[in-house]
Design a protein around this ligand. Structure first.
Ligand code: ADP
Length: 398
């Protein structure tokens, strides 16, 4: 019997103004290198590369996504380059066609470019990273891993909007959902931690980071999620409003003298926690401010928690019951206060928080932060890079 192929994967996540890279072992998740480029596209772009405990900071000559990825690839040592079996790319939107990860060729690049209108802030950066890696490391397969793919299983009752059918038929206006890489990882990991087959579980996963979304995962399959055509729908986020009455735009636009595109920009960039608090989009800052007596910060956190809890309720309808709520993302993994705030609304489901386990983020209870036997709540740190690396290795070796 042949052994599993040896080798490492370069996982790349090109965001709108940042590039994250990890060189990792797809079997163990061990990182031999991580890198973060910030302020990509501006004159002040910086690249920080970490190997073990050592960090080095540099400035790329060309601060575009492509320039930064080339800079990062140039920085690889020969042994690191030689260990690679493939390059995996996070791609935010795969439209209706991409239902799973794929090896990238010229046709796939054109097909991804064709859906970039659906996520114009993110997909062009994703594509620039793919092109740069393909030209700098052309001997290796590049694999695209889509944030939307895990939600390709949504049934029409979950993905159709109640708008004129021609919007869907002629323009593809439907719900796609995002954060699928994270929802997929934490649902599988939650099943491992619970010691129950994923196929037997009804899970609501809450990915709470700068962007936030919930998913209803039945037997390992995504059956509903809170984000929609774009990552603006659903929960309250750092700067995004989540759900809002579309009629409010028609009402407030003329009063503010703003065009529709400017209003959508307000909902994406100046709303959410930032809009409510008029202080910050960062949950740590808001938690500190609320402790220091800021009523606006307290309200922003309360609205955030209430809306997340309401989503658990509606996603439980999609599941026909609830076995566990799984919390992840920067806020879900690290903020005991926010987790407590969310779970406080879910007593009617029989969920009762364990304050001691919650305070230590479930560290000594296998992630479990509830006292109740059923349903339970779990903290599960996400690892999107590991999913990207595993899919890349599988497709590269296939
Ligand atoms: P991204 O979605 O950009 O990957 P993260 O998943 O890192 O972001 O989440 C960022 C959010 O997590 C920020 O609102 C940050 O304040 C919050 N966060 C991180 N650590 C803590 C903490 N210890 N307490 C409260 N919030 C935290």
């Amino acid at each position: 019997m042949s052994e599993a192929p040896e080798g490492r994967v370069l996982a790349l996540n090109c965001g709108s103004s940042s590039v994250k890279l990890a060189l990792l072992d797809p079997r163990t998740g061990e990182r031999s290198l991580t890198a973060l480029a910030e302020r990509v596209g501006s004159d002040s772009a910086t690249v920080t590369v970490r190997r073990g405990g050592f960090a080095s900071v540099s400035s790329p000559d060309d601060s575009s996504h492509r320039g930064v990825v080339e800079h990062l690839v140039d920085d690889l040592r020969d042994a690191e380059r030689d260990s690679l079996v493939g390059v995996g790319h996070r791609v935010v939107h795969g439209g209706p066609d991409f239902r799973e990860s794929v090896v990238v060729d010229d046709l796939i690049v054109r097909r991804i470019a064709a859906v970039s209108e659906l996520a114009p802030l993110q997909v062009p950066g994703n594509l620039a990273g793919i092109e740069a890696a393909r030209s700098a490391l052309g001997h290796l397969p590049s694999v695209a891993v889509f944030d939307t793919a895990f939600h390709a299983t949504l049934p029409p009752i979950a993905y159709r909007y109640a708008v004129p059918a021609s919007w869907y038929e002629q323009h593809g206006v439907r719900r796609y959902g995002f954060h699928g890489i994270s929802h997929r990882y934490v649902s599988a990991r939650a099943a491992e931690l619970m010691g129950v087959p994923l196929s037997d579980l009804r899970l609501v996963t809450l990915h709470l980071g700068n962007g936030c979304s919930g998913a209803a995962i039945k037997g390992g399959i995504s059956v509903d999620t809170t984000m929609g055509l774009t990552p603006l729908e659903g929960l309250v986020m750092g700067t995004r409003s989540g759900d809002i009455d579309a009629g409010a735009l028609g009402y407030v636009g003329p009063r503010l003298g703003l065009e529709l595109s400017e209003l959508v920009d307000e909902l994406n960039r100046n709303s959410g926690l930032l809009g409510l608090s008029e202080l910050s989009n960062d949950m740590r800052t808001l938690t500190d401010a609320a402790r220091d007596g800021s009523a606006a910060a307290g309200l922003a956190i309360d609205v955030f928690c209430y809306r997340a809890a309401k989503a658990v309720g509606s996603l439980s309808v999609a599941l026909g019951g609830l076995d566990a709520v799984v919390l992840t993302g920067g806020i879900g993994e690290h903020s005991a206060d926010v987790r407590a705030g969310i779970l406080a609304h879910l007593g009617g489901f029989g969920l009762e928080i364990d304050p001691v386990a919650n305070a230590e983020h479930g560290a000594s209870t296998g992630g479990r932060i509830s006292r109740s036997e059923h349903p339970i709540a779990l903290v599960v740190p996400t690892d999107e890079e590991l999913v990207i690396a595993r899919d890349t290795e599988t497709l590269a070796s296939g």
